[in-house]
Write a protein that binds this ligand. Structure first.
Ligand SMILES: O=C([O-])C(=O)C[C@H](O)[C@@H](O)C(=O)[O-]
Length: 420
């Protein structure tokens, strides 16, 4: 008998997050995620993880309510349920709302954790890892990049965290050393857009000197004008493997790319399939950072990989603060993506709490061995899930607000987008 979805649980959680600085402000003391559980009448379970802003949670719950009786192997039907449910909610009708990027991208973001959960469930029922359901693993370990941030020593009113302050090139190098020694990362990415570009160039040059031969990336999240981007590209041309989102928009990125031989990467001007044709036409980017949370799940991310292959573009992977269910999904996806040409981003080393039972997702030489168990290969730690849910209820944070949080500390702060 075919199993049917009998129950969906959506549990928002909050986990401690250090004061990591970026172009729009600083991370709040807690990052939010939602854990999605899909249960069937046959007693099977599948897990997904996603963002946990309030509107997103509402949408997840609405879809969860609509999924009773659905076949967890029918992923096209699952997408139809998401489209119909969100369409009802917004007054829009179907997936072909074209130019309405907001609803298109909401469909992808809401669909993603349910698709991951259904694939996890299918894998558990068939005894196969999720990578096998995506075409099979082409690698048994997935390399990740050490993700460096400028940061304060502590959130206001708290004791210094174990990482300490990182505002100078020396402190950034010390942070990198800790990442490399602790996790074995073989490439490093610095989140920029925080300090004037000359200072960020000095930090990258210090990294190059401290870690000769290690591929480096700098990502100012559109903090710079085209002219500044070109100046930085010239200065760091011999040091970076790619420069990520130096400036705003497809047109701006195309102008930078026309003036430099340094590869340009993005997770900001190409974040949906409809952005690919103009980006290709304009010659805006060399590398796309995929993200299954944003691009509509694991199978659509493999579609994106095919498109990158077709157009000779490189493929890397983006991350936001996340927990173990997401890391497992990212790892299976990367394992089953032959043309993943760069080490993936991950925020994982920055978290001190998780919802999965430890032991499966251990970094070895900067890579995560692909879990070999059925499905995603990770199990929920129900005590931890309960604890982090309580933390969500008590922390008062209900959405990501890096700028507002920064302004509560530095009232005259405005985002650094195109500042320099
Ligand atoms: O590569 C990126 O743009 C990111 O990783 C986005 C994240 O939100 C990052 O900026 C952060 O965690 O502050």
């Amino acid at each position: 008998m075919t199993s049917r979805i009998s129950r969906v649980e959506v549990t928002p959680v909050a986990f401690a997050d250090p004061p990591l600085l970026n172009v729009v402000g600083v991370h709040q003391p807690y990052a939010l995620r939602a854990v999605v559980e899909v249960h069937t009448d046959a007693g099977s379970l599948g897990l997904g993880e996603t963002y946990a802003g309030e509107l997103h949670l509402e949408r997840l719950r609405a879809v969860g309510d609509a999924l009773g009786g659905h076949d967890p192997y029918d992923l096209h039907g699952l997408r139809r349920v998401v489209v119909e449910t969100l369409g009802r909610e917004t007054g829009g009708g179907s997936d072909s709302v074209g130019g309405m990027l907001a609803i298109d991208s909401a469909v992808d973001q809401v669909f993603s954790p349910f698709e991951v959960a259904c694939l996890d469930l299918q894998g558990r029922e068939t005894g196969r890892p999720v990578a096998d359901l995506l075409g099979g693993a082409v690698r048994d370990r997935v390399p990740f990049s050490g993700y460096l941030f400028y940061k304060w020593a502590a959130h206001p009113g708290q004791d210094a965290d174990e990482w300490g302050e990182a505002l100078t090139p020396e402190q950034v190098v010390a942070q990198a050393r800790r990442m490399v020694e602790g996790w074995g990362f073989g490439s490093l990415k610095l989140k920029g857009g925080v300090l004037p570009p000359e200072q960020e160039c000095e930090a990258v040059e210090a990294l190059a000197e401290a870690f000769p031969g290690v591929p480096l990336r700098l990502d100012p999240n559109c903090g710079w004008t085209v002219e500044t981007s070109l100046r930085v590209a010239e200065r760091l041309g011999g040091v970076l493997e790619y420069l990520e989102d130096p400036t705003l928009g497809i047109e701006g990125m195309a102008r930078v790319r026309a003036g430099t031989g340094l590869p340009l990467a993005t997770n900001m001007c190409v974040i949906a399939f409809e952005h690919v044709p103009p980006a290709v036409r304009e010659g805006a980017v060399d590398v796309i950072l995929s993200d299954h949370h944003l691009w509509g799940g694991l199978r659509r991310s493999t579609l994106l990989a095919g498109i990158c292959d077709t157009f000779g573009m490189g493929l890397s992977m983006h991350s936001n603060s996340h927990l173990g269910v997401s890391l497992a999904a990212m790892t299976h996806l990367a394992a089953a993506t032959p043309n993943l040409t760069y080490a993936c981003d991950t925020h994982y080393p920055w978290k001190t709490e998780d919802v999965v039972v430890p032991g499966v997702l251990e970094f070895v030489d900067g890579a995560v061995p692909v879990p070999t168990g059925a499905g995603l290969g990770v199990e929920l730690d129900r005590d931890a899930l309960g604890r982090l849910h309580e933390q969500y209820l008590s922390c008062g944070i209900r959405g990501r607000a890096d700028t507002a949080y920064m302004q509560s500390i530095q009232p005259d702060f405005t985002p650094n987008t195109l500042r320099w």
